[in-house]
Ligand binder design. Structure first.
Ligand SMILES: *[C@@H]1O[C@H](CO)[C@@H](O)[C@H](O)[C@H]1NC(C)=O
Ligand SMILES: *[C@@H]1O[C@H](CO)[C@@H](O)[C@H](O)[C@H]1NC(C)=O
Length: 394
């Protein structure tokens, strides 16, 4: 009797393991939003249908896929919440449209994914934030507009082959994520649209961004407090404000930023190229271990800039020097054209001068009034080697 029970249990266990094994290999179970009542007419609010499709997919005991087929679907603010049972994909073939009026949105983000492991967002479709009408009404006292796509505490995941356009605020915001890859993404908004950052990264580690094109009215990519091991390659940026670290030093208790690599990127008609910006304040942190390599600048206002007196809304109190220590930053093979005379600016902190800044093979020319390109240094220690146009001030 006892032996029979053991036998039955072992058999049961084997069956369960087999089932799990096949689930892992077979095609994901598809949860098509139109099966949940979503209508692709661009007018019907499909929020509930999308929420139900996600909820069922997330609970599914195997690989799952939420599918948004071709067509234009209007959806309001949605949070796609994990953890899910298994890996999950959000495959967007059509176009998602946000309500053009932000006041009907129930959150300060439009589409958000939280606490999901092994998420894939893909499909070739577009997220249209419909920002144009809200950009016009922004003033200093406006409430923050919704961010288009927000990823919070998402791990071991991939975002690929999607377009994000005309966000009301930032396009993609990443917070608390780890091992997240972003590739073949296209991000666009007009060059004069306010606050439309491309990808904003805070408190995240082990991220890769490659083969993507970003043109917006703010930073192409902004890397904020607490981020480390970020690899960016083969990204086209323009128009926009460049790839920025910071701003840092605005809030108390900011965390260090380290391990950034930016390779094989092009900047065209941007205000900045490679920028590190910190406020003049006593908020302390360390920024270290950056490599910028093989970067093409085409008509960029500030191709290389460290600005430790960053002041977006003057006047600022510049009495307290920045307490952010910047060190170990290498610029290797940076070439092209600067639209202003000063192509290289290192304006570091008087109290915490920049350390070990390395310039190797710089060829940034300026055509136009004022003569050839120059560089400006203050409170910076470092070395230069190879070609130096403009002449190095290190
Ligand atoms: C991200 O890309 C790296 C390098 O190609 C790879 O090792 C890693 O497994 C990828 N992560 C995911 C979640 O796909
Ligand atoms: C950058 O481009 C060079 C030359 O085309 C290539 O050998 C290298 O693998 C690229 N690096 C990255 C990180 O894309």
């Amino acid at each position: 009797m006892g032996l029979l029970m053991v036998f039955v249990r072992v058999l049961f266990l084997i069956l369960v393991m087999l089932q799990m094994g096949t689930n892992a290999k077979i095609q994901p179970k598809v949860f098509d939003v139109t099966r949940y009542g979503a209508i692709a007419n661009g007018r019907t609010d499909n929020t509930k249908a999308f929420e139900r499709a996600w909820s069922d997919a997330c609970k599914w005991n195997g690989k799952s896929r939420v599918l948004v087929p071709r067509g234009t679907f209007l959806v309001g603010s949605i949070t796609f919440l994990g953890p899910c049972k298994y890996s999950i994909a959000f495959t967007l073939k059509g176009i998602l449209k946000a309500p053009s009026n932000p006041s009907v949105m129930t959150s300060d983000q439009w589409i958000s994914f939280r606490y999901v492991n092994q998420l894939a967002v893909n499909g070739g479709g577009s997220f249209d934030g419909q920002g144009a009408s809200s950009w016009k009404s922004i003033n200093k006292n406006s409430k923050a507009l919704p961010i288009s796509l927000r990823f919070e505490f998402v791990k071991n995941s991939r975002i690929s082959k999607i377009t994000s356009m005309n966000s009301k605020n930032a396009h993609i915001s990443i917070f608390g994520c780890e091992n997240l890859n972003i590739s073949n993404v296209k991000i666009s908004a007009p060059g004069d649209s306010p606050n439309t950052d491309g990808i904003k990264i805070g408190n995240s580690k082990r991220m890769r961004i490659w083969s993507s094109s970003i043109g917006t009215g703010d930073d192409c990519i902004a890397i904020l407090s607490g981020s480390s091991n970020i690899d960016i390659s083969d990204v086209f940026c323009g128009p926009g404000h460049g790839i920025s670290i910071g701003s840092l030093g605005k809030y108390l208790n900011e965390k260090n930023v380290w391990g950034l690599s930016v390779k094989n990127c092009t900047f065209r008609d941007t205000t900045n190229g490679l920028r590190i910006k910190t406020h003049a304040s006593s908020s302390a942190s360390i920024v270290s271990g950056f490599t910028y390599q093989n970067i093409h600048m085409d008509n960029v206002e500030n191709p290389i800039i460290i600005d430790q007196q960053y002041c977006p809304y003057p006047p600022c109190n510049l009495q307290t020097p920045s307490h952010v220590q910047i060190k170990d930053v290498t610029y290797n093979n940076i070439w092209g054209t600067s639209s202003t005379k000063v192509a290289v600016t290192f304006q570091c902190s008087q109290k915490f001068p920049c350390k070990n800044i390395v310039l190797n093979d710089i060829n940034l020319v300026h055509h136009g009034p004022g003569g050839s390109a120059t560089s400006q240094c203050s409170h910076v220690n470092g070395v230069s080697s190879g070609r130096q146009i403009p002449p190095s001030c290190l």
